[in-house]
Design a protein around this ligand. Structure first.
Ligand code: MG
Length: 339
């Protein structure tokens, strides 16, 4: 077998078939993929399904703690989880640039398969395209999950007095990718992780809203949730978990961890009466040991009205010195190709 991707791998002929057989079918071990059908036919019980799709273009492909294959599962699975869905099926479409290393492609496919197994999702179909370029690998995944009866978790779900939690330290993935790009050696590793176990443990509680704090970070997520729910969100700067390494890195680089992307962190809004139980459940879960209660949903006293009188909520951070700073969504591009 060749060592690099060439245009012939995208021809749809023998080279394409052998690429699929030698790499994807071998690493995925999926009967649906093995069958080489035009579409996977899946049994679905009556009820509600959740569907989401995401494309992954992270650069570099491999970084401390993960790679684009692991990321392509985590990003999509965590989006399903954010709606309270149980992730079940995943598709994987690869866009390969000419010159991509087959060895690297195999590692990516293997990691994607291993992470899918960890998350309990089955890879049911895929696609491969080859384009001209410089050896890049890009992946799109679509996820399908089931939403149980009675589960109503939505962005606008926050109620007055609810507690706001995050599942762990902020900024790790962003700091990892930026360190790689700048060839800075440090001990920061990406948090890319599927949060299946954590969300499972939360599902018996009165969870109103969940959102994974990816691009734009915690500040952007809270601003968006405040806006759509019409509530004010208050968080305490000192309660927000940030690792010492990331804090130091941010200090040197002049970055705010509240605006840095994560790939394995959930923001959870829960009825205040369930805050302690939610915190305990998160801390007991894999990837949740640094979970924290970071604030609460305000009574709306600061929410301003628009011309039609509808309430527009905002997110605020109470600073260590007793100030109140309004959080706006991330304005500029931030760091491109972080996910
Ligand atoms: Mg998301």
């Amino acid at each position: 077998m060749a060592e690099h991707i060439s245009m012939v791998h995208g021809s749809g002929g023998i080279a394409t078939a052998s690429l699929i057989q030698d790499i994807f079918a071998k690493e995925y071990q999926s009967s649906s993929v093995d069958a080489m059908e035009d579409a996977a036919v899946l049994g679905v019980n009556a009820g509600r399904i959740a569907v989401t799709t995401d494309s992954f273009v992270v650069k570099p492909l491999f970084y401390p703690g993960g790679n684009i294959g692991r990321l392509a599962v985590c990003g999509t699975v965590n989006d399903l989880l954010a709606r309270g869905a149980r992730p079940k099926y995943l598709t994987s479409a690869f866009i390969l640039e000419e010159g991509a290393s087959l060895e690297e492609l195999r590692k990516v496919a293997r990691s994607l398969a291993e992470t899918a197994t960890e998350a309990g999702v089955e890879i049911v179909c895929g696609d491969t395209k080859v384009i001209e370029g410089n050896g890049g690998i890009m992946i799109n995944t679509t996820g399908v999950g089931f939403v149980d009866e009675g589960v109503e978790i939505a962005a606008a779900g926050a109620k007055d007095g609810d507690a706001i939690l995050v599942s762990g330290t902020m900024g790790d993935h962003h700091a990892t990718i930026l360190s790689c790009r700048l060839s800075i050696e440090n001990s920061i590793i990406s948090d890319n992780a599927p949060l299946v176990e954590m969300v499972e443990k939360l599902m018996g509680l009165r969870v109103r809203t969940m959102r994974d704090a990816t691009r734009g970070g915690l500040a952007t997520v809270l601003s968006e949730l405040a806006e759509v729910s019409g509530k004010d969100f208050y968080i305490d700067e000192e309660s927000i978990p940030v690792s010492e390494e990331v804090r130091d890195f941010c200090g040197i680089m002049g970055l705010d961890p509240l605006y840095m992307g994560n790939e394995g962190k959930m923001v959870v809004v829960v009825d205040a009466g369930d805050a302690e139980a939610a915190l305990a459940a998160m801390r007991k879960s894999r990837y949740g040991e640094n979970a924290a209660v970071i604030g609460e949903v305000g009574a709306g006293d600061r929410a301003s009205g628009n011309v039609l009188g509808a309430k527009i909520g905002h997110a605020f951070v109470r600073t260590a010195v007793g100030g109140l700073r309004r959080l706006a969504p991330l304005q500029d591009e931030g760091l491109p190709r972080i996910c």
